[in-house]
Write a protein of this length. Structure first.
Lengths: 70, 558
């Protein structure tokens, strides 16, 4: 389970698309809008290498999401 | 008090934008109305796809963001390929799209499309502006994000009622605050230096990250200090001086044999601003298989270990990383790599080629002569296919902003509009668009743009009456079953060019290469040179997809 926050709630959709692109599936997704950000709890299943690459891409997406917003 | 459209243009101007590329339509009309008497110049193209590629050519040749404009619906969707292209090649680009009124969004209104949803996966960010108060903040964020960290495209969607709205109070927004860029870890830098100190056969691979971080000069200084052979990816061409005896040329599928061989033999590999693209690595398992240490430097941490495991990871802006590395190297003694470099660089190696038959013009003969004749600061764009790889093998770019090509996405139709953008950015320079007969037919309506703005782009049309690269693969890997690749019914290209008011000439035999090139390069107007070439010339060498250097082919198997 990975807990992340994003300013743009659509990031969640992007992450899910990426997961499918990498051959992973999400086993659990929960999101809540609190204040200025979305707080998301994500869990994925898939091949280890794909999960590692997905994790790196999620970090990158969240970095871009934070850029100019903080 | 200004309209939203005026705020858009004033903000663009304050961000340094002088020229935008676009195509008008219904929802974006308020912006075009404001453009009518604004200082920002607008270049009208003949298809939105050309607007985004022209903006890309502008950005690739300057390092500054390119700006393109399209209306809602089909105008916006016609930008998509160019946006993805910019995402793949890290091009700073800001796309402005018209949108239906905010009050009808979501009702399937005329020319409504959710371009934000469509481009969400292929932009660094997209922003739907829902009020006039958001315009300036959105644009400033778009420009900051397009150029920050790993550059890329940002789309700003502008509903027509927002563009028509009138501000009630003048606003001055603060510049967006960017986060501090990552800096390569000191321990990793020390490890990189230690790897070089213990190396016997190091190789440097320079990639497109060098271009975007402005690290070309620093890279050259560092490479000279190390003294190792240097190979370039497609987007790394121009980072090394083409006359540097340590330069191996392009590596990868159609790279020089010496470049691929050196990487295969390397015991230490420095991968600088490159992403181990499959056209570079072929089979990742066998790529650089003898390297006990791979040092990977990149601004994007997601590139580390994505394709190839790196033993040392230098995460940070490439220019800053190379400066830090150079400082450390100045304090240590490296072993001499002279013998290894001289052996690896094989200065007498020649590219294998097919002989043109039946008196036909050889495309590679022509391109050899072209690159010999071009001035040092010429900007060359290409389309995608065989001519692109022939050009990449031969180009003598003295700077990465001199060779513009669609690498990651491989978008046919890129070459001519990209040349338009480059020529607008550099009005005094020689700009040459090398295109194939397939790709040119995807963008030849832009001859009208050349004519309208009197842009002296020189179009070199390598016409082999085939979709040549696909034909080559069919010959090599699909039992010569030539499915849908022959173009015997190509139009008369010189006639078409003349119909647009563009000078055009035909060259179809070897003896005419010199005179036709001389005339091409001294023509101060847009001009097309139609090179009618031998149809079965292949690009050699080739490492088949997913294979390694041991599988390199230099001719059609008997």
């Amino acid at each position: 389970m990975r807990t992340v926050t994003a300013y743009d709630g659509r990031v969640l959709a992007r992450i899910i698309h990426l997961a499918h692109r990498f051959g992973c599936t999400y086993t659990s997704v929960a999101a809540k809008h609190t204040g200025a950000v979305y707080r998301m709890e994500l869990a994925f299943a898939g091949p280890g290498d794909a999960l590692r690459r997905l994790d790196a891409q999620i970090t990158k997406l969240l970095d871009d999401d934070r850029e100019t917003m903080e | 008090m200004r309209t939203g459209a005026a705020i858009v243009l004033d903000t663009l101007e304050s961000l340094g934008v002088e020229t935008v590329f676009g195509y008008p339509g219904g929802a974006i009309m308020p912006l075009y109305d404001a453009l009518y008497d604004h200082r920002i110049a607008h270049v009208l193209v003949r298809h939105e796809a050309a607007a985004v590629f022209a903006a890309s050519g502008f950005a690739r040749s300057t390092g500054r963001p390119g700006v393109c404009i399209a209306t809602s619906g089909p105008g916006a969707t016609n930008l998509i390929t160019g946006i993805v292209d910019a995402m793949m090649d890290n091009v700073p680009l800001v796309a402005l799209t018209g949108q239906v009124r905010t009050t009808v969004m979501g009702t399937d209104a005329f020319q409504e499309v959710d371009v934000a949803a469509i481009t969400h996966q292929v932009t660094k960010r997209n922003i739907v502006v829902r009020s006039i108060d958001e315009i300036e903040v959105a644009l400033r964020a778009a420009f900051a994000l397009a150029t920050s960290s790993r550059p890329g495209p940002v789309l700003v969607d502008l509903p027509t009622d927002v563009l028509r709205a009138v501000e009630t109070t003048a606003r001055i927004s603060e510049p967006p605050v960017l986060r501090e860029r990552p800096r390569a870890d000191a321990g990793a830098l020390d490890a990189a230096v230690a790897a070089l100190q213990q190396a016997q056969r190091p190789v440097l691979i320079v990639g497109g990250g060098t271009r975007w971080s402005g690290a070309t000069e620093v890279f050259r200084s560092l490479a000279a200090r190390i003294g190792a052979p240097v190979a370039a990816t497609l987007h790394g061409l121009g980072c090394s001086d083409p006359d540097d005896p340590a330069f191996l040329g392009m590596l990868g599928m159609h790279g020089w044999k010496r470049a691929n061989r050196a990487v295969a033999q390397a015991d230490v590999l420095f991968a600088l601003g490159m992403r181990f693209d499959d056209r570079v690595t072929g089979d990742p398992a066998t790529f650089a298989a003898n390297a006990h240490t791979i040092v990977h430097a990149d601004i994007d941490a997601a590139e580390f270990d994505k394709v190839k495991h790196a033993h040392v990871k230098l995460h940070g802006d490439l220019r800053e990383t190379l400066v830090a590395l150079d400082r450390r190297l100045a304090r240590v003694t490296l072993p001499s790599f002279d013998a290894w470099r001289e052996a690896a660089c094989a200065p007498h190696e020649r590219l294998p080629r097919d002989d043109a038959r039946d008196g036909h013009l050889s495309a590679t003969d022509f391109l050899d002569a072209l690159f010999d004749a071009l001035p040092e600061d010429a900007i060359v764009t290409t389309d995608v296919g065989q001519h692109q790889m022939w050009a990449a093998q031969r180009v003598r770019a003295s700077h990465p902003q001199h060779f513009l090509t669609s690498g990651g996405l491989g978008s046919m139709g890129f070459g001519l509009p990209a040349a338009i953008g480059a020529q607008i950015a550099h009005p005094g320079r020689t700009v040459v668009a090398i295109v194939g007969d397939g790709g040119f037919q995807m963008s030849m309506a832009e001859l009208a743009t050349l004519r309208r703005y009197a842009l002296p782009v020189k179009i070199v049309l390598i016409d082999n009456r085939n979709l040549g690269m696909v034909r080559q693969w069919q010959e090599l890997f699909y039992n010569a079953r030539y499915s849908a690749t022959a173009l015997p019914d190509n139009p008369e290209f010189t006639t078409i060019a003349r119909a647009f008011g563009i000078e055009a000439r035909l060259v179809d035999h070897a003896e005419a290469i010199g005179p036709s090139l001389a005339r091409l390069l001294r023509t101060p107007r847009p001009v097309l040179l139609h090179c009618a070439c031998y149809p079965h010339e292949n690009v050699w060498p080739i490492i088949p997809a997913g294979k390694g250097v041991d599988d390199l082919m230099e001719t059609v198997p008997a």
